[in-house]
Design a protein around this ligand. Sequence first.
Ligand SMILES: Nc1ncnc2c1ncn2[C@@H]1O[C@H](COP(=O)(O)OP(=O)(O)OP(=O)(O)O)[C@@H](O)[C@H]1O
Ligand SMILES: [Mg+2]
Length: 266
Amino acid sequence: MVEEGHILIDRVSKSFEDANAAGGRQLILSGISLDIAPGSFTSFIGPSGCGKSTLLRIISGFLFPDGGKVEVDGKKVEGPGVDRGFMFQDHVLFPWLSIYDNIAFGLKVQGTYEKRKEDVKEIIHQVGLDGYEDHYPYQVSGGMQQRASLARALIGHPKILLLDEPLGALDAFTRMTMQEEIRRVWEKSHTTMIMVTHDIEEAVYMAQKVVVLSSHPGRVIKEIPIELKRPVDRESPEFTAYKTEILKALHYGENGLPEDLGEVVS
Ligand SMILES: Nc1ncnc2c1ncn2[C@@H]1O[C@H](COP(=O)(O)OP(=O)(O)OP(=O)(O)O)[C@@H](O)[C@H]1O
Ligand SMILES: [Mg+2]
């Protein structure tokens, strides 16, 4: 089987107009290079405003870099495509469609709906929205909208799934259940997943590799492969060590913290 879903990010940079910045533009991403293996699970973590959503939008093809390029399976990304599913941070659902129709939307566009009706039912069950199929987005809570949006992104079985803080609006318990759910879908589907999160624990729990980004401009500070035995024990020393490593990278950059200050952030 040919492995699909390889993402190559090659020296990507991006700036936006900003009246307050010197020269009227602000550099947001600078020289981002990442090689994301087919079927892998990567988390991006970094301070608010460092360019995580911008980077996902560039991978999805909704936004173009000023410099560098993104390739998917050797082909330069020149626009959005059905090979790349995307769940936006603001998880927009179509307000005029029911929860069910929002989730089934992609299949109807693809013309596969009639064959895959059972899959729609199954995914609705997986994300815990049984009984809410006929509701409209404004009639359900923010967390439910987020779950519907996740279901909509999962149903098309894209070879790449880009998730921008998919669980941000959920309470702690639902969030942990959904972390399991996304992991399970990933394990079954061989989809290449990139998930942006603010939550260090979530990044360590879910991903095979955590990419730590800096801000002003956004750069890759560190790539940390996560090697934990499953099921993962969130209380274990190994788990805590990864969390500390990420925290240090976020605060102090590539080289972490001088040893004698290590205790302060541990
Ligand atoms: N279309 C745009 N035009 C101008 N500036 C933009 C645009 N999109 C994003 N920016 C700016 O680029 C920077 C990075 O934004 P981005 O949304 O990628 O950050 P983020 O890392 O996803 O932040 P958060 O964690 O808060 O979601 C911010 O300063 C933002 O104001
Ligand atoms: Mg964002």
